[in-house]
Write a protein that binds this ligand. Structure first.
Ligand code: PEP
Ligand code: MG
Length: 589
């Protein structure tokens, strides 16, 4: 009997987060604005088409006015930008020209608006004035808002989806993903995204399966199609036949049983068979994740990515709001340490509310500490909240993306200003907190010894270190296969950083995703890294592996790794050497 239903289709992508889910597809396509069609409008319909355009402008303007009204009024520059947008809605260049184009070319409003906004964009690009160049983004945003009303595409509100579905999107921002309600959404798949982009990191924290980098899946899948998402293998199956469905239902059961089994021992310490204790901590994005971090056996938070508070709020939080959130976190984690990393926005966490400038190369742009040093008031507000919460718990302060000594010196100067302000305001705080930097830019590795003289600890951020040292955009699916943690160049950089930290007697942590992938553990342990912070869902499996490992043997094996010249040799060696303790992974046949 042929049980194959016509239409079964397998699409290969990149594993975003492990696990399997089966369910109905729910398309969330905010990129509707890019799928605009051109169609002619008859002479008698031109004025109706113009009215349709005008209505869309009114709706977009009303929405925008609501946003402005809901915001805090000490937002300075950002509020100005939003108010500028208000004016742009009725600007002659965009509004007037679009109406003119509809009636002159007798075409639909969407096409006319797109034509005009592209023209304005090109015109501004040619002007030799940075201020005007920066206004391009304003035009694009305003025209996108009008367009979404024209094509009927509203901003997706993932939080409001109330069906048990699998999300299918062209792209999901990390902030979108962090809004997912676990009881409703089983998993998600996206056309875009690469290895270790922030959206996949959020999916792992939520423990929901996801596959990313699927190319054009969102156009091939329809609402209510049955989907199998195999996040571990990085594939999805659309409208599976009965046999496939059955096979995956069994696999799902096995995966859940395996996870439950591993999690049962998550409270046990991470001690190697020859008695070396490792310190496993959790990376978290939202305060709410602390409970699951503790359940998974984390001995503290090794990385708190604070930017998600800002991204979800869509405005700058006040010092007191930050303090309150940090306090919740610290009190839940006490007495274990909490490492608070200062704002790391831009890169793949661009948010026009925070920084409205569109950059050609965001990963190489005004990201993380660079943004904070340029926006000292935002930085000081956060530093003050961190210093204040340090009076309530075991806090460490971590600065992302440091690329040279000057930067850490500037950070220290700003930190001193924050301390002075707190003293003048008579607030309770604690300035004796360890100060650390992320080692995630190759120049920081090269200058590690010099940098170590200025800080108390290093935290290796392999997600970016791999991106920047191998020149692989971590959000780009086309080069995802080249994004390799076990690349010999990456291993040499880790070794160099470890050497510098040891020589200067400072603490070393690794908080990149590399630390949460079992295959890397023998290498990291063998290189002497004993403080690992990871996605909390990975902690139980990594703990189990460590309990089955011999530290001395790992050190001996790690030396051998440097005799190899390729990633494949290294990976084969580890798989062979540690085949008995690497977790069993089911792969598709
Ligand atoms: C890293 O780069 O490894 C890291 C932990 O930071 P993020 O993933 O937030 O860039
Ligand atoms: Mg990073």
């Amino acid at each position: 009997m042929n049980k194959t239903r016509p239409g079964q289709m397998t699409i290969r992508g990149i594993s975003g987060s492990p696990g399997i889910c089966i369910g109905k597809a729910y398309i969330v396509d905010r990129e509707g604005v890019n799928l605009i069609k051109r169609y002619p409008v008859s002479e008698t319909m031109v004025s109706a088409e113009i009215d349709r355009f005008k209505n869309a402008v009114i709706k977009a303007k009303n929405d925008h006015a609501k946003v402005i009204k809901s915001l805090d009024h000490d937002l300075g520059e950002n509020l100005n930008i939003l108010e500028t947008h208000m004016v742009l809605f009725k600007d002659k260049m965009l509004y007037g020209k679009t109406i003119e184009t509809i009636s002159r070319d007798m075409i639909n409003a969407e096409w006319a608006l797109r034509k005009v906004s592209r023209k304005v964009k090109t015109m501004f690009q040619q002007i030799d004035d940075q201020y005007l160049k920066d206004r391009i983004n304003d035009i694009v945003q305003v025209s996108d808002k009008i367009m979404s009303h024209l094509v009927g595409a509203q901003d997706i509100k993932i939080r409001d989806i109330n069906k048990r579905v699998i999300l299918v999107a062209h792209d999901l921002s990390p902030a979108d993903a962090s809004q997912i309600q676990l009881e409703r959404i089983k998993g998600f798949v996206t056309d875009r995204g690469g290895k270790n982009c922030h959206t996949s990191i959020v999916a792992k924290s939520l423990k929901i399966p996801s596959v990313m980098g699927l190319g054009r899946a969102s156009v091939s899948i329809n609402n209510d199609d049955i989907l199998i998402v195999d996040g571990s293998s990085g594939i999805i199956i659309v409208n599976p036949d009965e046999d496939t469905l059955f096979k995956y239902e069994e696999r799902l059961e096995r995966f859940e049983a395996y996870r439950a089994d591993i999690e049962r021992d998550s409270h046990l310490p991470a001690v190697t068979s020859d008695g070396v204790t490792l310190n496993l901590m959790a990376n978290i994005e939202l305060v709410e994740e602390v409970v699951s971090a503790k359940d998974n056996g984390a001995k503290g938070v090794g990385l708190f990515r604070t930017e998600f508070l800002y991204l979800n709020l869509k405005r700058f939080p006040t010092e007191d709001e930050l303090l309150q959130k940090y306090k919740e976190l610290v009190e839940l984690m006490n007495p274990e340490p909490v490492t608070i990393r200062t704002l790391d926005i831009n890169g793949d966490k661009v948010n026009p509310y925070i920084d409205p400038v569109e950059e050609a190369n965001p990963a190489l742009g005004l990201r993380a500490v660079r943004f904070c040093l340029e926006n000292e008031d935002i930085f000081i507000t956060q530093l003050k909240a961190i210093l204040r919460v340090a009076a309530f718990g075991n806090i460490k302060l971590l600065i992302p993306m440091i690329s040279c000594v000057e930067e850490i010196l500037r950070v220290k100067a700003v930190l001193n200003k924050a301390i002075l302000e707190l003293e003048n305001e008579d607030k309770i705080f604690n300035k004796d907190i360890p100060l650390g930097i992320m080692i995630e830019v190759p120049s920081a590795v090269i200058m590690a010894e010099e940098l170590a003289s200025h800080v108390d600890f290093f935290s290796i951020g392999t997600n970016d270190l791999i991106q920047y040292s191998l020149a692989i955009d971590r959000s780009n699916r086309r080069v995802a296969h080249l994004y390799q943690a076990l690349n010999p160049a990456v291993l040499k950089m880790i070794k160099m950083t470890h050497g510098a930290a040891q020589k200067k007697g400072i603490e070393l942590v690794m908080c990149g995703e590399m630390a949460g992938d079992p295959i890397n553990i023998p290498v990291l342990v063998g290189l002497g890294l004993t403080n690992l912070s990871m996605n909390s869902a990975s902690i139980p499996v990594i703990k189990k592996m460590i309990r089955n490992m011999d530290f001395k043997l790992a050190c001996k094996n790690a030396k051998k790794l440097f005799e190899f010249q390729t990633t494949e040799e290294i990976s084969t060696f580890i798989q062979e050497e540690y085949k008995d303790i690497l977790p069993y992974r089911e792969t598709e046949e």
